[in-house]
Design a protein around this ligand. Structure first.
Ligand SMILES: [Zn+2]
Length: 179
């Protein structure tokens, strides 16, 4: 497990975004738990990727780096690293909620159009109201998590990865980090 690729891959374009640091995605949920104080801040963390280690772990399960002298475990996740995960979480949430809101606006416009100019039964306020509630819910489900979630993931992950790349550069210099 020690002779994998040594270079950190470059950050790729926006469309079809794929994280160049797959371990960040694997850590995202755990870091969010840490951000929400659901888990203790202190502990034993990988000196390279800051995944939580068990007391007897000699290798990180996430980035596979050993806990020897090169990447000695640390007692807590640096704030700057946590901020990168927070940026991903917030960006994604903004896109999901923002897009769901667009869905609700579409349903509201439909409601007004039906009530003011819908012919016959289509103009009945009860039907328009059903469209507002049901359609609004469905549209919010569609535009929020499905559409907004996609965009949000890409933007958020890219922001997080750029922050992580800066962190790596500041911490390790431009050299290739050993595994
Ligand atoms: Zn690690």
């Amino acid at each position: 497990m020690t002779d994998g690729p040594k270079r950190e891959p470059e950050i790729r374009g926006v469309a079809g975004y794929e994280s160049p640091y797959p371990y960040l995605d694997r850590l995202q949920e755990k870091m969010e738990e840490r951000l929400e104080h659901k888990v203790p801040a202190g502990g034993r963390f990988c000196g390279y990727c800051y995944a939580r280690l068990r007391a007897d772990d000699v290798q990180c399960a996430i980035c596979e780096r050993g806990t020897g002298s090169e990447w000695e475990p640390v007692a807590e996740v640096p704030q700057e690293v946590l901020r990168a995960y927070l940026a991903k979480q917030k960006t994604e949430a903004r896109w999901v909620y923002g897009s769901a809101f667009v869905g609700l606006i579409i349903a509201s416009v439909l409601f007004v159009v039906m009530v003011t100019s819908g012919p016959g039964l289509l103009g009945h306020p009860a039907l328009a109201f059903a469209v507002l509630i049901g359609g609004g819910y469905l549209l919010a489900q569609l535009t929020g998590p499905l559409i907004g979630g996609q965009f949000g993931y890409r933007r958020g992950a890219r922001k997080r990865d750029e922050m992580w790349a800066r962190w790596l550069a500041a911490r390790d210099g431009s050299g290739e980090p050993p595994r």
